[in-house]
Design a protein around this ligand. Sequence first.
Ligand code: AMP
Length: 130
Amino acid sequence: MTSIFSKIIAGDIPCYKIAEDDRFFAFLDINPVAKGHTLVVPKEEIDYIYDLEDELLGDLFKFSKKVAAAIEKVIPCERIGLTVLGLEVPHAHVHLVPLDSRGFIDFKNKVQLEKDEFVAIAQQIAQNFS
Ligand code: AMP
């Protein structure tokens, strides 16, 4: 079955896109735990992150590093945390989450954002991606 992330990558479902290349795609999490909470996914639909080939897994982290650098330029934070959950969407992905001074990610504590805030954040991060 096609994952919701594959549908986003194909453009069949809208998203707040940050960046993509031929193998990876980054977009804002629709139910964020912090402003700038971003998901990075391989375009190849593989459920479990540890099933990615070593090279693809390594390159997913390299791509995530570039996305994190762009987030840091836009969202005031101490660091960008990187977490893997994968309990909800069976398409491997990493969560990049701006951390405050507590250095703590609470996935039960969501941030409410209006659509125009998502659009503005995604645009700013995308502009800083290189
Ligand atoms: P998990 O699979 O446990 O890592 O969680 C999946 C994440 O994907 C959650 O944080 C959701 O908020 C996020 N998510 C699910 N559907 C969408 C979507 N259509 N656009 C953006 N993020 C999504």
